[in-house]
Write a protein that binds this ligand. Structure first.
Ligand code: 5GP
Length: 118
C-alpha cells in the first residue's frame, strides 16, 4: 500500500520511471504511453498520475475536469498520430477486460486511411 492509501499498479511504476515505457505525452496530471501489447497500429494508454480513481466512472464523479483533460490529451495525440478517426476505450471492470485498476483510456487508431478500426 502506498502512503496515499492506494495500491500501486504497474502504471504507478511507469509514472515513477521505475519501469520503462515509450511516453508520448505528459502534463502535470496526465501521462500517455505506448501500450506494451498494441491492438491497433496506434495504441496509446492515457492515464492520470493520481492512482486514486480505479475507472472512468469514479473519475467522472470525483474529478470531471481531470477526465476532460485526459480526453483533451487523447485528442492531441490522435491529431499527431492518427488519420483523425480513432477509438477511445475505457474498460470498466474485470469482466469488461480491465486488468489495471488505475483509470486509463485506450486510444486506438491508424496513421493510414482505414475503412474500419475493428
Ligand atoms: P486494461 O486491460 O486494464 O483496459 O488495459 C491495461 C493495458 O495496459 C493493456 O492493454 C496492457 O497491454 C497495458 N500494459 C500492461 N502492463 C504494461 C506495461 O508494463 N507497459 C505498457 N506500456 N503497457 C502495459
Amino acid at each position: 500500500m502506498s502512503p496515499s492509501g492506494f495500491e500501486p499498479t504497474i502504471f504507478s511504476r511507469i509514472i515513477a520511471r521505475e519501469i520503462p515505457a515509450t511516453i508520448v505525452a505528459e502534463t502535470e496530471q496526465i501521462i500517455a504511453f505506448v501500450d506494451i501489447a498494441p491492438k491497433a497500429p496506434v495504441h496509446v494508454v492515457i492515464t492520470t498520475k493520481d492512482p486514486q480513481y480505479q475507472n472512468v466512472v469514479e473519475l467522472a464523479a470525483g474529478n470531471p475536469a481531470l477526465l476532460a483533460e485526459l480526453v483533451a490529451v487523447a485528442e492531441r495525440i490522435a491529431a499527431e498520430r492518427t488519420n483523425g478517426q480513432f477509438r477511445l476505450v475505457f474498460n470498466t471492470g474485470a469482466a469488461a477486460g480491465q486488468t489495471v485498476f488505475h483509470v486509463h483510456a485506450h486510444l486506438l487508431g491508424s496513421p493510414e486511411p482505414t475503412d474500419s478500426l475493428g
